[in-house]
Design a protein around this ligand. Structure first.
Ligand SMILES: Cc1cc2nc3c(=O)[nH]c(=O)nc-3n(C[C@H](O)[C@H](O)[C@H](O)COP(=O)(O)OP(=O)(O)OC[C@H]3O[C@@H](n4cnc5c(N)ncnc54)[C@H](O)[C@@H]3O)c2cc1C
Length: 455
């Protein structure tokens, strides 16, 4: 599917429906949930009623070959509130890793358990990070060992969205410590499993409507079928890793797909801040006129508009690549996450500056957005880790131009011979021009119809 920025009617309506939900359901209660640090159950119920909290909805968005539906939805929802947005989409992050690792039967079994249905909502959590290993996923210490027909999970997880209150915990654990991150596998630990302990709910700077927790797995016994993927596949993967054959880590695979998704969330926060700051600067008067007339105010906003749009383009490209299975050879997923998260922090900070003292108190939402935005340079890979991935891609490209255009090729054979920019086309144009005085006017008109650029 070629990359195309025009929206389908369904995408256009998705943006409008999500914007309506964000503006009229999410925003009116965002400050309260932030202040109280409460889980926004009624908002999730309304999301479910409107069709935004369902595995089938996310299956459609993830499976959309244009790649745009998922970032469009994320941007609009997080424009409303990042904390409530995270509470709403957390099961989709878990579902994304289930989708990558599970058999079709496992997917059918667990996807509904991640969301439930209106009136009986369920939650899911993706449990990767640990107190000693956030960025360094090779250093994860939670273990899974076979015991008869069961697996036993032992370990300590940190920063887990929906941790301990979820119905489904997707847990990354080491099955072969010698193989590092290639010796890990994903397991389902249902909520309420004996030994699953919610140590504490974390008291956060921002995104406070979402529940983030420290968890312990104290000898959690789960049935063999809760290993995501088949045991044969796991054995094959471990054997390949032992031989040193290049293989993909289940955890790192998930990150590749989710980075553009998270980037789009950050763009939603950044756009909210830019919009608010621009409105404020047009209305607020100082020294006899609206403050936007000062270049000291308008230039930083102009720079932000440019950076937000660039980050959005990077994000859409990465989302299109993820949807079409195009490899991130130049770390395009990391580029989108880095650009979007950094501009979210910059935009929210500038929004506070634009509002002056009014930006520093909670009468306006910008101080909250500033606290929310900061998370984006930390989770789903910190900004430093994104730079590390981009730097590694530059290293791998040593000797080749690293940002050389290398998109998949799509089109007819005729296009290769006579498409725009081909020598044949240029020669034909030159010949037509040279002969123009000798060619009858009707024939010239026909030739020009083919050669004139489309308006
Ligand atoms: C609110 C919140 C929600 C989260 N939700 C989840 C979740 O649902 N599930 C989950 O599994 N995890 C979650 N996380 C965890 C998150 O992904 C980690 O916090 C993140 O990966 C960073 O890990 P760390 O906190 O251990 O920092 P560290 O890895 O200790 O890093 C500390 C600092 O060192 C830098 N650093 C580390 N290594 C390098 C290097 N090689 N080069 C340069 N700099 C380096 C980092 O960039 C950072 O600045 C969440 C975190 C937060 C704060």
């Amino acid at each position: 599917m070629p990359f195309d920025m025009s929206l389908t009617p369904a995408q256009h309506d998705l943006v409008a429906r999500t914007h309506d939900f964000a503006a009229n359901v999410v925003r009116p209660v965002a400050a309260e949930y932030d202040r109280e640090q409460e889980f926004p159950w009624p908002v999730l119920e309304e999301a479910a009623v409107r069709g935004f909290y369902s595995p089938l909805f996310y299956r459609d968005l993830i499976g959309d070959p244009t790649g745009l539906s998922l970032p469009l939805f994320m941007e609009e929802l997080f424009w409303g509130c990042a904390g409530i947005g995270l509470a709403t989409v957390m099961p989709a992050l878990a579902l994304s890793s289930i989708g990558q690792a599970a058999t079709p039967e496992q997917l059918l079994r667990w996807a509904p358990e991640c969301f439930g249905e209106p009136g009986d909502l369920k939650l899911a959590a993706l449990c990767i990070s640990e107190p000693e290993g956030g960025s360094d996923v090779r250093n994860l210490r939670t273990t899974a060992r076979r015991d008869g027909d069961d697996w036993i999970i032992d370990g300590h997880k940190m920063w887990i969205g929906n941790g301990g209150i979820a119905n489904v915990h997707v847990v990354n654990a080491v099955v072969d410590p010698e193989l590092g991150h290639k010796g890990q596998a994903l397991f389902i630990v249902p909520g309420g499993t004996p030994g699953l302990e919610l140590v504490r709910k974390l008291d956060k700077l921002g995104c406070r409507a979402s529940h983030t927790a420290e968890l312990k797995f104290n000898g959690c016994r789960i049935p063999a079928e809760n290993l995501l993927g088949t045991e044969e596949k796991l054995e094959e993967r471990l054997a390949r890793a032992k031989e040193g054959t290049r293989g993909k880590s289940a955890t790192l695979g998930t990150f590749e797909q989710t980075r553009p998704m998270v980037a789009a969330q950050a763009i939603g926060v950044a756009r909210a801040a830019l919009e608010f700051a621009t409105d404020y600067a047009n209305e607020r008067e100082a020294f006899g006129g609206p403050i936007i007339r000062n270049q000291g105010i308008s230039f930083p906003l102009a720079d932000l508009a440019t950076r937000i749009d660039s980050a959005r383009l990077l994000t859409w490209r990465a989302a299109w690549m993820a949807a079409n299975g195009v490899e991130f050879r130049n770390a395009e997923g990391s580029m989108s996450k880095l650009a979007a998260s950094e501009v979210a922090v910059r935009a929210t900070e500038q929004a506070i500056q634009t509002c002056g003292g009014w930006g520093y108190i909670s009468d306006h939402p910008v101080e909250k957005w500033y606290r929310d935005a900061k998370l984006y340079t930390i989770f789903e890979g910190t900004s430093e880790i994104q730079r590390l991935v981009i730097g590694q891609a530059l290293g791998l490209a040593a000797g080749e131009p690293p940002l050389h255009v290398d998109s998949p090729v799509d089109g007819s054979a005729l296009n290769r011979i006579f498409g725009p920019g081909t020598p044949a086309r240029t020669r034909a144009g030159e010949m037509a021009l040279a002969a123009k005085d000798h060619i009858p006017e009707p024939a010239m008109k026909v030739a020009m119809r083919f050669l004139t650029p489309k308006r």
